[in-house]
Design a protein around this ligand. Sequence first.
Ligand SMILES: [Mg+2]
Length: 323
Amino acid sequence: MKRRQVDLPSIVKDVNVIMVDIEGTTTSINFVKEELFPYVRREVRNYLHDTWDTNDTGDDVLALTQQVMEDVAEGVAGSKPLPAGGESEREDLIAALVTNILGMMDADRKVTPLKTLQGHMWRKAYRDGTITGHVYEDAVEALKAWKKEGKKLVVYSSGSVQAQKLLFGYSCYGDLLHYFSQHFDTTVGSKVETESYLKILRQLHCGPDQVLFLTDLVKEARAATEAGLKVILSVREGTAALTPQDRKDFPVITSFGQLLSHPAEGDSPPAKKRAGKEKKEGEEKEEEDKEGEGKEVEDKEGEEKEDGDKEGEEKKEEEEDDE
Ligand SMILES: [Mg+2]
């Protein structure tokens, strides 16, 4: 059977918004499975112990305690009763909470108290450099190119918005958060429900054919297609196998590079806009990182500095912490 020929860059050219999934798309599945979650398992006891008196951990412990009590009452597998209160029993309580937290993680439960605690632990790990967000180099290059072309870039991931911002804000290629203007997580709905994509479209104020969604999961791809979005499937190391039908239904990429039009492929290179506009701090840093790789990075015209809500969040908090 002959594979249909699809001009991938032209799909990108025809949309205004590019929405990316993270795990299996911009980022290695192994990073999430072999770094983020093991970190929580390994460190949760120490983390609770060290941060016990902070407001965040106080709130987390309260929420987790309520969750465990419900779980025990309902006989949820892996749940264990907590010891009765009492100041002197802090270590016992921590030990019992850890048992329950690991049980929730074993069962891959998505309950909010667990997700919130994980988010707080990852925030600490990203900030102190224990964890660096993995992003594929080809994804960084494409984000840069698309931003330059004036595309609006957004994220839709099952990971919380906070977790998304940490991953891109503290990535192996530096702070990439400024490329994205909006983040969506499962608070808009499940990624396999068409309705979630319709909600996102309303928030983006644009028609479905103006949005390209990149994801590794076929169920998400089908839900997004139902909503009218354009979809391209991402195949990365460790992503779920695609059937011949999946490959028939969707264009497939193994690198974001396949979505870029390369000057070398044309008869003559497209006229480059030589602007010599001032470069932004973050970009210069990235250019240094890429030095010697012969990548086309010099032309910064047309890039707009997004308001970068990051500034208003993690970074600022840190400054405040220092004061
Ligand atoms: Mg994914």
